[in-house]
Design a binder for this molecule. Structure first.
Ligand code: BTN
Length: 328
């Protein structure tokens, strides 16, 4: 672990710590501590107060991700499906990192979590705003014997799993097809699935989950849609370590059920949380736009729109609820 992260750990409780004590504990000079403090501010965007005679402290305490605390929230039966949990202080994108690891032969069940992403990826080429130490950025590698074609409903499975995990913290969550999690119409979490493999052979899937836990409002200004975070939505403090464990547990147990029983049970659960159901929806496919009334998902997880009295299924696209137009 680098000096920078060790230093952050020492300061993470938000209390003052003298330069001398820090230097001693880390086995470096006071000048190195001073330089590392400046680097922390620049690299991770954290604010560190420096007061003569008292030392340094983080302006805001931070609960850093910690493997043992995460594992403590995962049951024994799920441990066996995990091939490892890696925590990175900073990465461009946990999905990109895991796709590269997958090509190098990483085992199924590997989880990557990061404190910060410098190029977090959202759906449809959007960026995912990923500041240091305040949210969850998590990716899981899942290798499946099921062919890619059979995995088409995986986005539904993951969305239902993430909704279930987050519902331990707050009520009134909804899912917007294909896999956004919203609270009162504001985005709380997003999912990005990336697949590798031949259409009819076994597939490798990188499942990326981003949850806004405690997003500083100045970072939130860069988000191009209505958003919220779990602290606001639940009105409670949320432990990122506990939440990471809860998410991993729910995700892996749902993937197991899907591999054994298919999508059926998830389609039923989806219906209870479907934000678009019976709403007037616009489906954007880039080159084409369709308008219709959303009628839920089909057996494969495709969104069904009723257009001129007929049902049309969509496997991909960007769906939004239409504002009521005059003269309609
Ligand atoms: C969306 O647009 O709703 C999907 C957002 C997915 C964000 C997560 S954060 C962890 C993982 N790594 C990424 O680069 N993206 C996903």
């Amino acid at each position: 672990m680098g000096i920078d992260i060790q230093l952050l750990q020492k300061l993470s409780d938000g209390n003052f710590c003298s330069g001398e004590a820090l230097a001693q504990q880390l086995g470096v000079s006071r000048t190195t501590v001073w330089k590392e403090v400046a680097r922390l501010e620049e690299q991770y965007g954290v604010r560190i107060q420096s007061v003569r005679g008292r030392g340094y402290r983080l302006s805001q305490a931070v609960e850093l991700l910690d493997k043992a605390s995460i594992l403590a929230n995962i049951s024994q039966s799920i441990h066996s499906e995990l091939s490892g949990i890696e925590i990175l202080p900073v990465v461009d994108s946990t999905n990109r990192y895991l796709l590269a690891a997958s090509s190098q032969g990483a085992k199924s069940g590997l989880v990557i979590l990061a404190e910060q992403q410098t190029a977090g990826k959202g759906r449809q080429g959007r960026q995912w705003v990923s500041p240091f130490g305040c949210n969850i950025y998590c990716s899981l590698l899942w290798r499946s014997e099921l062919a890619m074609t059979a995995l088409s409903g995986m986005g539904i499975v993951v969305a239902v799993a993430v909704e279930k995990a987050l519902s331990r913290y707050c009520t009134d969550l909804q899912i917007k097809w294909p896999n956004d999690i919203l609270h009162n119409g504001q985005k709380l979490a997003g999912i990005l699935l990336e697949m590798q493999g031949e259409a009819h052979g076994p597939a490798s899937l990188v499942i990326g989950i981003g949850v806004n836990v405690s997003m500083p409002s100045h970072y939130g200004q860069a988000i191009d849609q209505a958003w919220t975070d779990l602290v606001q939505a639940s009105g409670k403090l949320v432990s990122r370590n506990e939440l990471s464990g809860v998410l991993i547990e729910q995700l892996i147990s749902s993937l197991r059920v899907f591999e054994e029983q298919g999508l059926k049970g998830f389609v039923h659960e989806w219906k209870l949380k479907d934000m678009l159901l019976d709403k007037s929806v616009e489906m954007n496919l880039g080159s084409h736009q369709y308008r219709g009334i959303a009628r839920g998902i089909d057996k494969q997880g495709a969104l069904q729109l009723e257009i001129n009295g007929e049902l049309k299924s969509f496997m991909a696209g960007d769906a939004s609820i239409r504002k009521c137009m005059r003269n309609e």
